[in-house]
Design a protein around this ligand. Structure first.
Ligand SMILES: Nc1nc2c(ncn2[C@@H]2O[C@H](COP(=O)(O)OP(=O)(O)OP(=O)(O)O)[C@@H](O)[C@H]2O)c(=O)[nH]1
Ligand SMILES: [Mg+2]
Length: 402
């Protein structure tokens, strides 16, 4: 069930449809008389018995309800049951949402990254430092995500977050720790803050996976020796900190807001860490790779989101994903000058003895963005032969999870 659907489902319980808040969980704090069938006078009677919200109602037992003056028991039991249904629907939905925490020093690019993900490029130029926490819902290809962008200015880092860490650092599904890879003078400070955040989470018993995002890895900068030195230095410092936190799963990604695909790749990596969906997709891809006796497969959207891939080694993974992304850029260009988009692309590498083929499978989202299956195989005949099997048998399965 999507957020919208569950919202619609619970709306029917309420007197006014406009009352539903953006934050589902807050609905449980509403007064009982926001529900259809509960009038103000009854609500006041409930309040005298200390039942002040829908959540309070849901906490009562319908088998053993309290006695409330001038309120018939059958009616109270009915209300308790309604509140319980509401609570279940809401909590189910809230649990499904993944909490993504973006942390890092000020000026690292956290808010800009969120803007790029949402294609809100025009706001980037006017961005001001984030004041405190900014929560935002991202509907990322059907994954309900709540991002918590924790402004990194020193006044927040020193006071705000660590006085009441439980307000920020609990129930975290994934941390993106964003570092400005060009600002080597602040690497020590970035590592210190990293330690501070990890300690706070660890004390709360939270051990989410962490993706360290080396942002501002702009295309021209990446070629400089200075940048390469920076990356080595900052990775060492971060890994030094990480060593003190046993069982911490750490991964690094380079991004730049000037190439959306780097942000999308980083996000794909992030999603893989929190969703079982991509595991399932990868299993399906693994099966198919075996069938075609291939070396690698990858499911990639035209705008660069990697839904899943299967390879036996890293070089093949790089080979297939980079080839796919470049071919897709080329295809976008062809399309922009009016050519009809081809459904398949085949690249032969006779001297290397393999073929890479991209096959359009379907379109997702309202924007109808094409998704391609990319395959790398030394046995192209088998690849051509079995693609229909993939479309008929495996694709419906994948669609179930997307
Ligand atoms: N060159 C370059 N600049 C970037 C990149 N990402 C962000 N910036 C710039 O860095 C500055 C800070 O970006 P923000 O997104 O506001 O940084 P922030 O991490 O949210 O900062 P706080 O809200 O203070 O924690 C802005 O001027 C951005 O335009 C990048 O990839 N490359
Ligand atoms: Mg910000």
């Amino acid at each position: 069930m999507t957020d919208k659907e569950s919202m619609n489902r619970i709306k029917d319980f309420f007197k006014s449809s406009t009352i539903i808040s953006e934050e589902l969980k807050e609905v449980l704090d509403y007064k009982p008389d926001t529900l259809i069938g509960i009038d103000k006078i009854s609500a006041e009677r409930l309040a005298i018995a200390n039942i002040r919200s829908i959540g309070d109602l849901a906490n009562l037992s319908p088998e053993n309800p309290p006695e409330i003056k001038e309120l018939p028991l059958v009616i109270l039991i009915k209300w308790i049951k309604i509140a319980k249904v509401l609570e279940r629907v809401i909590l189910e939905q809230v649990r499904k949402q993944k909490k993504l925490l973006l942390i890092g020093l000020d000026n690292g690019g956290k808010t800009s990254i969120l803007a790029v993900i949402q294609d809100r490029f025009s706001i980037i130029k006017a961005l001001l430092p984030t004041k405190g926490v900014q929560r935002e819902k991202l509907d990322f290809f059907g994954y309900p995500i709540i991002s918590w962008d924790l402004g990194g200015q020193v006044q927040y880092r020193e006071k705000y977050y660590f006085n009441k860490p439980e307000l920020f650092f609990t129930e975290v599904d994934l941390v993106l720790y964003v570092i400005d890879s060009q600002d080597d003078k602040r690497f020590d400070e970035a590592a210190d803050y990293f330690r501070q955040c990890l300690s706070a989470m660890s004390e709360l018993g939270e051990h989410p996976p962490v993706l360290v995002v080396l942002n501002k890895s702009d295309q021209d900068i990446r070629k400089t020796l200075q940048w390469q030195k920076n990356v080595t230095a900052v990775k060492n410092k971060i890994e030094d900190v990480a060593r003190d936190f046993k069982g911490l799963h750490l991964e690094f990604c380079d991004t730049t807001i000037f190439q959306k695909e780097t942000i999308m790749q980083m996000f794909s990596t992030a999603l893989k860490k929190v969703s079982e969906t991509s595991e399932i997709i990868e299993n399906i891809l693994e099966d198919f790779t075996d069938i075609i006796e291939g070396r690698a497969t990858s499911l990639i959207s035209m705008d660069g989101l990697i839904f899943g891939s299967f390879t036996k080694n890293n070089t093949d993974e790089m080979l297939i994903n980079n080839t796919a992304l470049l071919m897709q850029t080329l295809s976008n260009f062809h399309s922009s000058i009016g050519l009809i988009r081809e459904k398949t692309t085949t690249l032969d590498f006779p001297l290397n003895g393999f073929t890479i083929r991209g096959e359009k499978l379907f379109e997702y989202s309202d924007l109808q963005i094409p998704v391609f299956l990319w395959l790398l195989s030394e046995n192209p005949e088998l690849l051509y032969e079995k693609i229909d099997y993939f479309k008929e048998q495996l694709l419906p399965l994948i669609n179930l999870f997307l």
